[in-house]
Each structure stands twice: as C-alpha cells, then as structure tokens.
Design a protein around this ligand. Structure first.
Ligand code: HEC
Length: 191
C-alpha cells in the first residue's frame, strides 16, 4: 500500500519529462496552426505581378477623367418610332396605368380620351396634363416623336389615327440665295 501511495505522489523522471513535453506540445501546436493560417491568408492576397496585370493597373491609374466624344452636330437626328418612344418612356406609366394613366391597349381607358381628338391628345402629351408630365418627362423627345408615340398608344387603344409624316430636313439655304449671279464678277470687273 505504501508503495502505491508513493507512486501516486512521486512521479518518475520519465513521467515528468513526458508531462513537460505534453504541456509544451499543446501551445506549440496552436502557434504552428496560427502561423499556417496567416501564411495561407497572405498567399491568397499575393499581388498579381504579371505584366498584363501591371499594364491594366497602370491604365486604370492614368485613365482620363474627362472623355472627349466627337459628335457631329450636323448629323441628322434619327427620330424614334412611336413604339420605341413608348417602350423607352411612356410605358413606365401607361404600361401599368400608374398614377391613373390610361393603360396601354385598354379601350375603356382610351375611349373617352380619343374622343377629344388627336390634336388635343398631342397637345396634352407635349404640354402635360395633371399627373401626365410634359413629354412624358423626357425633354429630348421631339414633337414628331411625341406625335408618333401618341398615335401608337391611341391606336392600340382603339383609335385609327394616321402617323404623322417624317419631318423633312430643314432645307438649307435655298440654292438661289447662295449661288452668286453667273455674271456677278464679270459685271463688277467692268468699269
Ligand atoms: C410619369 C407617368 C407618365 C409617363 C412617363 C407618361 N404619361 Fe401619359 N399620362 C400619365 C397620366 C397620369 C395621364 C392621365 C392624366 C389625366 O388625364 O389626369 C396621362 C395621359 C396621357 C394622354 C391622354 C391625355 C388626355 O388628354 O387625355 C396621352 C395622349 C399621353 N398620356 C401620352 C403620353 C406619351 C406619348 C408618353 C411618352 C412620351 C407618356 N404619356 C408618358 C402619366 C404618364
């Protein structure tokens, strides 16, 4: 009995060494895992040093903040069709009937309005009426585009308006006004 008691309290040198090693092992393992974790995270964030990536980054850094776009002011404006205008602008309200707008293709909604006549509808569409904003809220729409959109919508609601003809490009200055008189110079040269 005495022997076994002594064994319980007095550890052999071997046991001491084992317990010291075991005690050190746990924190060492923890440190090792933390180091591995940090190295792993760093590896993921390694910068891409390829020439391609460098060029991309440079271009991004030196990109101009204002871009020049060459627009030809004399280029003929392409007027949108009624459907294009409707899809782009008018449908946001007239597609669903939002704000009480007459709904697209609803004869009930459009019947009474069509009765006012095309000119009145167009005037209201261009100038706005109650919740209907002038030109549907898009100032860039021309009168012709508005007219086409009104015809497109009204016809879908039961009207049979005719689409307005495409506007003829403003005739530059009449040729006769610019052309110098055939004998102009000759006349001036005469004494
Ligand atoms: C912000 C919503 C909104 C947009 C966008 C909009 N409308 Fe309207 N529109 C309305 C509302 C609301 C009415 C009903 C106004 C009323 O009679 O009180 C209306 C009515 C009309 C009418 C009938 C006017 C009348 O006299 O009865 C026409 C025509 C019309 N819109 C054309 C257009 C066209 C064309 C576009 C696109 C260029 C357009 N709307 C875009 C809300 C809109």
């Amino acid at each position: 009995m005495a022997d076994s008691n002594a064994k319980m309290t007095q550890a052999t040198p071997q046991e001491i060494i084992i317990s010291i090693l075991a005690g050190l092992f746990a924190p060492l393992l923890a440190i090792f895992l933390i180091v591995q974790l940090v190295l792993g995270i760093q590896a993921e964030h390694k910068p891409d040093l390829s020439a391609e990536a460098a060029e991309k980054a440079t271009l991004k850094r030196i990109q101009p903040f204002g871009k020049l776009v060459a627009l030809d002011a004399n280029a003929p404006r392409v007027e949108k069709s009624g459907k294009e205008v409707y899809d782009a602008v008018c449908s946001s309200c007239h597609g669903s009937g939002a704000l009480g707008a007459p709904k697209f293709e609803s004869r009930g909604d459009w019947g009474g309005r069509i009765g006012q006549g095309y000119d009145t509808l167009l005037k209201h569409a261009i100038e706005g009426i109650r919740q209907m904003p002038p030109r549907g809220g898009d100032d860039t729409l021309s009168d012709l585009e508005m007219a086409r959109a009104v015809v497109f919508m009204a016809n879908a609601g039961g009207a049979s308006f005719k689409e307005p003809p495409a506007s003829t490009p403003p005739a530059a200055v009449p040729a006769t006004a610019v052309a110098p008189p055939a004998d102009g110079n000759a006349a001036a040269a005469k004494p």
